[in-house]
Design a binder for this molecule. Structure first.
Ligand code: BEZ
Length: 398
């Protein structure tokens, strides 16, 4: 069960620091090597996720995943007590860039975890490079974050093009000569996700019926776009929407009558977590690609789902896993780093090896993205609750 009140609770904790150390306050001094210097005090880690705007529910899940990891590890990463400094990324770069920059320049954290919105993360690339503080991206999928590769940017999530691309050949096969209409939020994530899908779909012989991008964060009425889909005669649709936009899109796709005749496909964010709970029966039958579902059958996920549900009374999401794994990567890096300076932690991230994750074991590739398996998922009623069932693996991509 989702808790609608929790976003508000999370919002009130913005900029509050959560000290899991024996004593509060930072004994860290600033360093030209980025972020906190060494000493015996807690290591300061920034957590910047949206606590407001269309992606607020994603930020809530990421906070829960990160907090769960810390709780399971005695409030420590790499044997050091942790002081978490939280910031509200908000919806777009105008809020996310200053809030995250403050973590680096004023709070002097040793590393930052988080960032949902690709445009915001891209706007911060130079800040992390210039300050030598590592950013562990726990969601934003923009290609430009890891291409070119930066010593200071690591990602525990996905690339937008990778998630879309994973589905291309599968959909070409399923529509069997029919055409597909493409839709997405009009910013880096929507364009890259649709672009990745289109490239793989066309390479497999698929035909595109039309392509439209909807204004990000301000579109609540999708009817004009759904009319275009209907007029195109497409047999299926591929979309990129997440958070509140995903809820509105899937519900309107169904109420417009399209779900009877047109198969809806998307990047898995379309039916993830709180979005699926709010979509209800309108999401049944929607097919997506993603690297995780809480229904994934492996022992690490079994334990994770149990622990997460016990703490939060709801199943975990991809967003929670990505933040949980960011904490796991920092845990390993801080353990072996020469100091808790940003530069030393960034250097140690290169040697963390395999992360034993609820999504299955994965490692950073040469660009600092996870090498992982994507799955074809379908929304179905599982024992009275809607979930993303796993149909089959779609192969490995960044
Ligand atoms: C992005 O901006 O990269 C993004 C946002 C929400 C879900 C997935 C990707």
């Amino acid at each position: 069960m989702r808790h609608p009140g929790r976003s508000l609770a999370a919002l009130t904790s913005v900029v509050l620091t959560m000290s899991l150390a024996a004593c509060g306050g930072s004994s860290l001094s600033s360093s030209s090597d980025g972020g906190g210097a060494d000493g015996d005090g807690p290591v300061s880690i920034g957590l910047s996720v949206p606590l407001s705007g269309v992606y607020a529910s994603l930020g809530e899940d990421m906070t829960q995943g990160f907090d769960l990891y810390l709780e399971e590890h005695g409030g420590q990463l790499g044997g050091r007590d942790v002081k978490v400094v939280k910031a509200d990324e908000g919806e777009k770069p105008d809020t996310g860039v200053p809030a995250t920059t403050k973590l680096v320049t004023q709070d002097k954290v040793s590393a930052v975890v988080g960032l949902v919105n690709s445009a915001t993360a891209l706007g911060l690339r130079d800040t992390f490079e210039g300050s030598k503080v590592p950013l562990v991206v726990a969601n934003a999928g923009a290609d430009g974050l890891t291409t070119p590769t930066s010593d200071y940017i690591w990602r525990t999530a996905f690339t937008n093009g990778g998630v879309g691309g994973a589905l291309g050949a599968e959909v070409a096969d399923e529509v069997d000569g029919g055409s597909v209409y493409l839709l997405g939020s009009d910013y880096a994530a929507g364009r890259e996700s649709v672009g990745g899908f289109k490239k793989a779909f066309e390479a497999a012989g698929g035909k595109v019926a039309g392509e439209t991008y909807t204004p990000f964060g301000t579109t609540s009425d999708f009817q004009p776009f759904l009319s275009k889909v209907k007029q195109s005669g497409a047999k299926a649709v591929y979309v990129f929407y997440a958070g509140a936009e995903a809820v509105a899109f899937v519900k309107q796709f169904d109420s417009f009558g399209l779900s009877k005749d047109v198969q809806l496909y998307g990047a898995g964010f379309l039916t993830e977590g709180g979005a699926l709970a709010a979509q209800g029966a309108s999401a049944i039958g929607v097919r997506t690609s993603l690297h995780y579902s809480d229904l994934l059958d492996n022992p690490v996920n079994g334990e994770f789902v149990k622990a997460y549900a016990a703490k939060y009374d709801e199943p975990p999401t991809t967003y929670a896993v990505q933040a949980y794994d960011a904490a796991a990567a920092l845990d390993k890096a801080i353990e072996t780093a020469d100091s808790t300076s940003g530069a030393d932690i960034a250097a140690a991230l290169a040697d963390v090896g395999e992360i034993d994750s609820p999504r299955g074991p994965w490692s950073f590739d040469e660009k600092h993205d996870p090498t992982q398996t994507y799955y074809l998922r379908e929304v179905a009623d599982v024992d009275g609750t809607l979930g993303n069932t796993i149909l089959n693996p779609l192969g490995e991509q960044g």
